[in-house]
Design a protein around this ligand. Structure first.
Ligand SMILES: *[C@@H]1O[C@H](CO)[C@@H](O)[C@H](O)[C@H]1NC(C)=O
Ligand SMILES: *[C@@H]1O[C@H](CO)[C@@H](O)[C@H](O)[C@H]1NC(C)=O
Ligand SMILES: *[C@@H]1O[C@H](CO)[C@@H](O)[C@H](O)[C@H]1NC(C)=O
Ligand SMILES: *[C@@H]1O[C@H](CO)[C@@H](O)[C@H](O)[C@H]1NC(C)=O
Length: 380
């Protein structure tokens, strides 16, 4: 009798739980779709840790493929997340709302989402893959989610769009922070791995609309360079920059020796080493009190010829640290012959976003008014 009663109590709790889940699901209004996943890019290697001549796979990349019931667009969107992140960035928001994947599926697009090699659901292999590092919670709060409380750059005070207070203890922040992952320290190593794995993916699924964010901004230029016919447009949300140097947060060390990338891209006339790129400072886009020096090429600028046919959009929010230097990245692209458009969200009436704009309160407004309208305009 006792057992039966407690069984009934348990059932009741389950029912209550499922009612709670259903009511939060009804807010989601997800898009009916089919999901598949697969891995691509793996190699085999015999490491000191493996036994009897057997091997382990490494360099593989997790790919998630989402197909809405009603596909009405000719090209899929391939979404690549930034440093410390995984593909979950685009699935739904940390406060449980519809994410960009659902939004674009509801607009008829097939979606591909990846976890970068050596990150998240893509294996990091001891003794093969390089060192990893983590973002700590204060870094995430001060740079992404609660920038207005830290004021590390002047525009940070304008930030209003993160749901919740953006610091540890807030359930939305905690949910987001828990989704961040150890990442390869070396952007060069990451670039080499992404170029190979995403290159193979593009050979299988291309052409695509490529959406990049932050760290993956440089992969956009690398992939456009290596697979120009398979990328019809690049949408770069606050791509890593500026050219040749780290900015805003000391130490302002040199970086991205090929201009916007850690690994070579094709220039015309060709270069045999990064030192062939002659640079000069653009004073109007530099400001030492903001911690940024803008470099472009001395005239005549070598052209990034493989990107010349790829319409490119750079999107910058109002209150991210990228607002200080994305114009310099755009200037570098334009000077190198890339057909680039820069949308600063504040100039199109979208205020108060920081670096994680797509998961902020008005994220779907950015998806619709900026990204979708760009795709429609560019792809006809
Ligand atoms: C390796 O091979 C030896 C000899 O055949 C065998 O005794 C041992 O169990 C093997 N080890 C593993 C991990 O398979
Ligand atoms: C698919 O989408 C198109 C364009 O939005 C619409 O006209 C059509 O009715 C949709 N079909 C189904 C089965 O929902
Ligand atoms: C953020 O919200 C959490 C949960 O309500 C609270 O514990 C924390 O003190 C808040 N932090 C700030 C800086 O407001
Ligand atoms: C540099 O940035 C600071 C802080 O925003 C501003 O006060 C100053 O006018 C800027 N200097 C130039 C030369 O633009």
């Amino acid at each position: 009798m006792f057992n039966t009663l407690s069984g009934a109590g348990f059932l009741f709790t389950l029912l209550q739980l499922s009612i709670t889940c259903i009511s939060s699901q009804t807010q989601l209004e997800g898009t009916l779709h089919r999901r598949n996943y697969f891995y691509i890019g793996e190699k085999y290697d015999n490491t000191p840790g493996t036994n009897n001549g057997s091997e382990i796979a490494f360099a593989q990349m997790y790919v998630e493929h989402l197909v809405p019931a009603n596909v009405t667009r000719p090209l899929p969107i391939l979404m690549i997340h930034g440093h410390g992140m995984t593909g979950t960035n685009f699935l739904n928001t940390p406060d449980g709302k519809l994410g960009w994947a659902d939004y674009f599926m509801s607009e008829g697009f097939e979606i591909y989402i990846i976890d970068q090699p050596s990150r998240g659901r893509s294996a990091w292999q001891m003794d093969i893959d390089g060192d990893q590092s983590d973002f700590d919670a204060t870094y995430i709060s001060s740079h992404f989610t609660a920038v207005e409380q830290f004021n590390l750059w002047p525009q940070a005070v304008l930030h209003t769009q993160w749901p919740g207070n953006g610091t540890a203890g807030d359930p939305i922040f905690d949910n987001f922070y828990a989704s961040t992952m150890p990442s390869l320290v070396s952007d060069k190593e990451s670039s080499i791995k992404v170029k190979k794995a995403v290159g193979e993916l593009l050979d299988n699924i291309g052409p695509v609309v490529l959406l990049t964010h932050s760290q993956s901004g440089q992969y956009g230029w690398i992939l456009g360079d290596s697979r120009p016919s398979l990328i019809k447009t690049i949408i770069a949300l606050e791509p890593i920059g500026p050219p040749f140097i780290n900015a805003v947060f000391p130490p302002l060390t040199s970086a991205r020796p090929f201009g916007l990338t850690e690994i070579p891209v094709v220039y015309s006339p060709p270069i045999s080493s990064p030192s062939d790129l002659e640079t000069e400072i653009v004073p109007s886009l530099s400001n030492s009190s903001l911690g940024t020096t803008c470099f472009h090429q001395a005239a005549p600028a070598r052209q990034m010829i493989n990107l010349k046919e790829i319409p490119t959009l750079v999107v910058t929010s109002e209150s991210s640290y990228h607002t200080i230097y994305d114009a310099c990245t755009v200037e570098y692209l334009a000077q190198a012959g890339v057909p680039v458009t820069h949308v600063q969200l504040a100039n199109v009436g979208i205020k108060g976003n920081a670096h994680m704009m797509f998961m902020e309160k008005n994220g779907l407004e950015i998806a619709e008014k900026v990204v979708l309208s760009w795709i429609q305009k560019t792809m006809q």
